[in-house]
Ligand binder design. Sequence first.
Ligand SMILES: Cc1ncc(C[n+]2csc(CCOP(=O)(O)OP(=O)(O)O)c2C)c(N)n1
Ligand SMILES: [Mg+2]
Length: 428
Amino acid sequence: MASEPVRANMPPLSLHVPEPKFRPGDPVDFADVDVPPAGSARRPDTAEPAGRFTELAYTLVRVLDEEGGAVGPWDPKLSPDRLREMLRAMALTRAFDERMFRAQRQGKTSFYMKSTGEEAVSVAAAFAMDRDDMCFPSYRQQGILISRGYPLVEMMNQIYSNSGDKLGGKQLPIMYSAKDHGFFSISGNLATQYPQAVGWAMASAVKGDSRIAATWCGEGSTAEGDFHSACTFASVYRAPVVMNVVNNQWAISSFSGFAGAEATTFAARAVGYGIAGLRVDGNDALAVYAATQWAAERARTNQGPTLIEHFTYRAEGHSTSDDPSAYRSAGEPNAWPLGDPIRRLRDHLIALGEWDEERHERQDKELAAHVRDCQKEAEKNGILGHGLHQPLDSLFDGVFEDMPWHLREQRQMMLDEEEASGRPWARK
Ligand SMILES: Cc1ncc(C[n+]2csc(CCOP(=O)(O)OP(=O)(O)O)c2C)c(N)n1
Ligand SMILES: [Mg+2]
């Protein structure tokens, strides 16, 4: 019910409710997306005060140009071997995603999340950081684990929650945890990894260690309070941390406007906190590598945190539970002006004379076969709903060092009921 206006001579107040530009069926034109030329952003010294390069929060650091060249001051000048390794890790991430997506459709797991189109964001960052730096990822940075050589079979065991799952079937599929690979347990609660990463980085400094932390969240997650408290702590104590915002334009069915993208960039959040801010072409593996390397050096030399916005596009659904055709135009993924990260790195290597299409195709086939072999191996430990689960009484393990009496009681009740029901999986 509308209330009586207090000031009859004033227009009524109203709110701006963001609306995405394109909905299902709309033709897509991204002409108003500002894409500055590759090589045009300046590269400040890593010791420069953040306030001196605020323009870098509003442009795009880009290295790969439209002809497959690598240009400008951010070119990390990687060897062809290193470029090929990075290309392989990105292609392997995509092959893994394809296979696991299909496994979900075949009913072998309840859930999967792809990172299609965003492989550069995780893989190039993993290549630029040191192996012992600690990563606090969101659920879309499987490329870090893959780049660090974590066994695919272990990832699959977790996805299947089978008897080989090191996490004991206690985590949602894809929420890996691999301490020995510097990969912090993924949490489903958005942005919790941000304060955790800053806290870990502060602890590393307090202990006089030289390891830094890095964290990732989606652009939608920057609307969470945790993102902002993490930025405050990181800024105040100059924590040695690299904070990444993966702006893939969508947060399930909410477009980036609901997290503030209509008014400013996500990298510009850094300006208000007095943190170094970089806005990077997230589909340009060399730009992601260079920005991460720059931010890591800044952190390691006690110059403080960096907030990096990776401007990219979520090429497919949010997860296997999502259907993007219900809320966005099918034309968007192909019209996205920053292209595909794997194709762009491939074209660069081809332009250098260090790769060719035939080798690329052969590699794709090899990787698909490798993933298939790993899948067969993992399925020996079981899939969703087909025996070979974690023992039922392990449900209560791994939480308390000494199980409290009431949990011991509950555990016994469960086992007694299972025994009485005669269900086969009551037995180990
Ligand atoms: C605190 C919290 N709120 C809501 C959700 C439900 N949720 C899961 S993913 C997601 C979208 C996140 O989007 P974004 O941060 O842009 O990351 P992206 O999925 O695009 O990588 C939402 C709303 C959640 N998991 N946690
Ligand atoms: Mg998003």
